[in-house]
Design a protein around this ligand. Sequence first.
Ligand code: SF4
Length: 322
Amino acid sequence: MTTTRLPIVGQQPAAPAPAKKARRPRHPKWLRVPMPGGQAYSELKKRVNELNLHTVCQSASCPNIGECWNNKALTIMILGEICTRSCRFCDVATGRPLPVDEEEPRRVATILAELELNHTVITSVDRDDLKDGGASIWAATLEACHTLAPWMTIEVLVPDFKGQLADVDAVLAANPDVFAHNLETVPRLSREVRVQARYDRSYAVLRHAREAGALTKTGIMLGLGEELDEVREVITELGQLGLTILTLGQYLQPSKKHLPVARYVHPDEFAALAEFAREAGIAHIESGPLVRSSYHAEGQAELIQRMQQLDAYGRVGFASLQ
Ligand code: SF4
């Protein structure tokens, strides 16, 4: 016998369950980091604010900020905090930048001298609104740092200056110890990831710096949809170029507006790529899920000094460009 359930008078049909919001996938365990905190972290944050400086650590929501800042390692971002480009992986704000702050170089040198760092990384936003792309402020920043912290080795992580090699030369002439420019991804994805940039132009900037005698460094993010063979191809080419330092790290989506993560690369794959890069002739590789271009950069100071002696590159070599 079949029975039919009759509706109970006055009872409303059950409301449909609210649709669950699509959640971004949780990071795998190797990408989870504690919330930033600690005394050194708080003091550094206060000093950065007092001097009205910007850091890529904060602007790009770097997951390593707690670890780095508690070790007094920060990456100052010069030329303001608003970028003229809109790369689809980057959390730095895009828009019309404020006028150039001519006093910024002195304040950058002040904080770095106070921290008594052996090595630091300085980067900048893209300033396509300026005729020289900000190269003169780059040079002034390096000069101020050489004056106030002459012991410190400095890596400059620069934009592509729209491929204007005279601007690249202006930075090199101010004697950075490492010249870094990030390719960010493989050639096939470059246009999609770095909307206003071009892979070949970035590569030409690196090649130019290398030919001028600089110790060069670049960084690539994994997890944007690249194939491992494409990454190996890029690494092989960089080895042939004579690149000194390579960083490989996991791309993390800063917000829903940014490109999604295509996949999480396992730490073992990072280790295998590091081995491949060593065999390709690259002297120093930082490769791992949490690696960013400036991650553990202070550990590269000794290598830099050794390479400068070995190759007779570095400050003496760059002076010939002036
Ligand atoms: S990895 Fe670089 S950007 Fe990230 S917190 Fe450390 S110094 Fe800053």
